[in-house]
Design a protein around this ligand. Structure first.
Ligand code: ADP
Ligand code: MG
Length: 243
């Protein structure tokens, strides 16, 4: 089967600052790959290049056989296949939860109102928030708001989900509910690329862990190897600091 994601010799510079220095890896359909590494190592830039929020300086990104980096590609169509969840939830404060999960379906996918509402309710159910459909974001906890953001991304029927430190802005007692939703998505077979500092989650849920430092991949392997028995000194010293 084709790779879900194929990244080849990806480079990204901001002016004279080279942030990604040749990244290569694949994600297989249904795999969960966790990306770990120190602050500033290029993790967010990597995710942003995968859904073209940033234009790579060189290299290719292929998602489900479509080369997003090809100059003739329909960027909007390509981007729609990739859902993204950020550290900050970015919900519209003046819209209800239901409206937040419907709006991009209506505007971007041009779904009819009844269909968008049905899909919104299905996905709110999926993240355990059916009963909050009529609430406003300010009435929800941070963990609930992040689950709405996940439902909003899922409602676009993406073939790949990107998560950039989805629990880093949450109070510690709210982290578990968000990770539970992500674990469930993984069990349902969603292909996921997750930047996280939650080592227990990475160990338990990831099929592979990628350790990045200084814009390169230092180690890539099963969690038991990369987290449990790291080979490189840079990985060891990072893990000593976070575990
Ligand atoms: P991480 O997510 O691993 O903490 P980032 O990908 O956010 O790292 O950032 C990697 C480096 O790229 C940092 O030095 C950061 O300052 C720089 N960087 C990220 N985005 C931009 C930008 N839009 N313009 C200039 N520099 C940036
Ligand atoms: Mg980051």
């Amino acid at each position: 089967m084709a790779h879900a994601v194929e990244i080849r010799d990806l480079h990204k510079s901001f002016g004279s600052l080279e942030v990604l220095k040749g990244i290569d890896f694949d994600v297989e359909p249904g795999q969960v790959v966790c990306v770990i590494g120190p602050s500033g190592s290029g993790k967010s830039t990597l995710l942003r290049c995968v859904n073209l929020l940033e234009q790579p300086t060189a290299g290719t990104v292929v998602v489900e056989g479509v080369e997003l980096t090809h100059r003739d590609v329909d960027i909007d169509a390509a981007r729609r296949r990739v859902g993204m969840v950020f550290q900050q939830f970015n919900l519209f404060p003046h819209m209800t939860v239901l409206q937040n999960v419907m709006i991009a379906q209506r505007r971007v996918l041009k779904r009819g109102k009844a269909e968008a509402e049905r899909i919104a309710r299905e996905n709110l159910d999926r993240v355990g928030l059916s009963e909050k459909a009529a609430s406003y974001p300010a009435q929800l906890s941070g963990g609930q708001q992040q689950r709405v953001a996940i439902a909003r991304a899922l409602a676009m029927s993406p073939s790949l989900m990107l998560f950039d430190e989805p629990t880093s802005a949450l109070d510690p007692e709210l982290v578990g509910d968000v990770l539970t939703v992500m674990r469930k998505l993984a069990e349902e077979g969603m292909t996921m690329l997750v930047v996280t500092h939650e080592m227990a989650f990475a160990r338990e849920v990831a099929d592979r862990v990628v350790f990045m430092d200084g814009g390169v991949i230092v180690e890539d392997g099963p969690p038991a190897q990369v987290i449990g028995a790291p080979r490189h000194e840079r990985t060891k010293s990072f893990l000593r600091r976070v575990l």
